[in-house]
Design a protein around this ligand. Structure first.
Ligand SMILES: Cc1ncc(COP(=O)(O)O)c(C=O)c1O
Length: 414
């Protein structure tokens, strides 16, 4: 440790990026690499969002340049409350129970920061979205992983959750629909988890950023199964639904006391979120055409995902989960590809997912994320994003499937 490091935040210093982060950054810089690491939808914002943005900017003589309130504009909080009533069937108070955040990432950060103290345990499923573990570690809390098996559709149930609870557990962070698995928690299952957690005094933070992809399959929100906001929190965002991940606008719904503390932390860290974006997003979220527009987009995503799933299965990567329903990611079993193409090599020890991800990048110029990014249970998998332009995942499969010069002994199709 250098002298300077000695004086810095040791929790943060102890956290290293997963190698997939570097791969993803490399892929962004090099157009010759087919990048399947990031879940950015092929569609940009719905045209109405851009039209509203232009109108909102033109309408204000001085422009909406001022700071927005720390908790978010009243219009956007009202539109979010309307969305929750429409989709989860519950009323929340836009004034006291909703906070507009810089994406779901900040909402997650604020929710964990506010509901736990340094040294507390935060339960996370394994596998789950890679951000959670690092954000928990970054604030001096301890992540406790709860394995969920592919046989159970990667779903957590109340009994498994209860048996994993530690004396210092204060929060559970769940994503449903899940990343990378696409798993959707059933309503009854979620209700039992929430009830068990509330009996144990544990907050349940539900990351719902993919909810819109699961409505046809009966998405259940933590807000719709809990008797009141009590110890539950819901995290959501515009990044995926409106194809605007770069705008960094999301939201958090929780009990008024939690939101009050999160708003304080929001003020201390960022003062708030971009004001003109909040106006146009509020109008679009409340617009009657939005749900139809989104369901058409989701149908397209799922069709693309199905085509990608077939193509990747043919080259030795069968799906490891029912994923693909979300239309954003596929979690693929890398073992058949590994056995056919890599096992014969004099290979150092390591997880199959890591070795396959490295080979795909170095030899085929295709960037994917190793399953190790999501936990220990899917180390022999890779995750591909199928949300980008539809040809992208198919082009990548073609690259990998074709035999390169000097490798004629290897089969193109496995
Ligand atoms: C499950 C999940 N939660 C949160 C995020 C981050 O969302 P945002 O862009 O709104 O911060 C992502 C991004 O991929 C995600 O997959």
């Amino acid at each position: 440790m250098s002298l300077l490091e000695d004086t810095m935040n040791t929790d943060l210093l102890g956290i290293t990026n997963h190698p997939s982060k570097e791969m993803s950054e490399l892929a962004r810089r090099d157009p010759g690499i087919v990048d399947l690491t990031i879940g950015e939808p092929f569609f940009g914002p719905p045209p109405m969002v851009l039209q509203f943005l232009r109108e909102d900017i033109a309408r204000h003589a001085d422009g909406p340049w001022s700071y927005a309130p720390s908790a978010g504009t009243a219009e956007l909080r009202r539109a979010i409350a309307g969305y929750i009533e429409r989709t989860a069937g519950v009323e929340v108070d836009p004034e006291r129970e909703i906070l507009v955040t810089n994406g779901a990432a900040q909402a997650l950060w604020l929710a964990v920061f506010t509901t736990t103290c340094p040294g507390d345990d935060v339960l996370l499923t394994d596998p789950t979205y890679m951000l959670y573990e690092r954000l928990v570690l970054s604030m001096g809390r301890r992540p406790v992983r709860v394995p969920v098996a592919p046989e159970s559709g990667f779903q957590l149930d109340a009994a498994t959750f209860a048996s994993a609870v530690t004396p210092k557990a204060r929060a559970l962070v769940l994503d449903s629909p899940g990343n990378p698995t696409g798993a959707i928690l059933g309503r009854e299952c979620l209700r039992e988890i929430v009830q068990t957690a509330s009996e144990l005094g544990i907050h349940v933070i539900h990351d719902e950023v993919m909810d819109f992809t699961a409505f046809p399959h009966g998405h259940a929100s933590v807000l719709g199964v809990a008797p009141d906001l009590g110890l539950v929190a819901s995290v959501n965002s515009f990044s995926k639904r409106f194809g605007v991940p770069g705008w960094r606008i999301g939201w958090l719904v929780a009990a008024a006391d939690v939101i009050a503390q999160c708003t304080k932390a929001q003020t201390l860290s960022t003062l708030g979120c971009a004001s003109p974006l909040q106006l146009s997003l509020a109008r679009a979220l409340a617009h009657p055409d939005t749900d139809t527009y989104l369901s058409r987009r989701v149908d397209q995503l799922v069709t693309h995902a199905e085509a990608a799933k077939d193509a990747w299965t043919r080259i030795g990567f069968p799906p490891r989960s029912s994923g693909g329903r979300s239309g954003f990611y596929l979690l693929l079993d890398a073992r058949p590809f590994y056995k056919a193409r890599l096992q014969h090599r004099d290979d150092p020890a390591g997880a199959i997912g890591d070795k396959v991800a490295r080979t795909l990048l170095e030899e085929h110029r295709v960037a994917v994320v190793s399953g190790t990014a999501f936990g220990g249970t899917v180390q022999d998998c890779v995750r591909i994003s199928v949300a980008g332009p539809p040809h992208r995942a198919l082009d990548a499969a073609r690259r990998i499937g074709s035999v390169e010069p000097g490798r004629e002994g290897e089969k193109a199709q496995i």
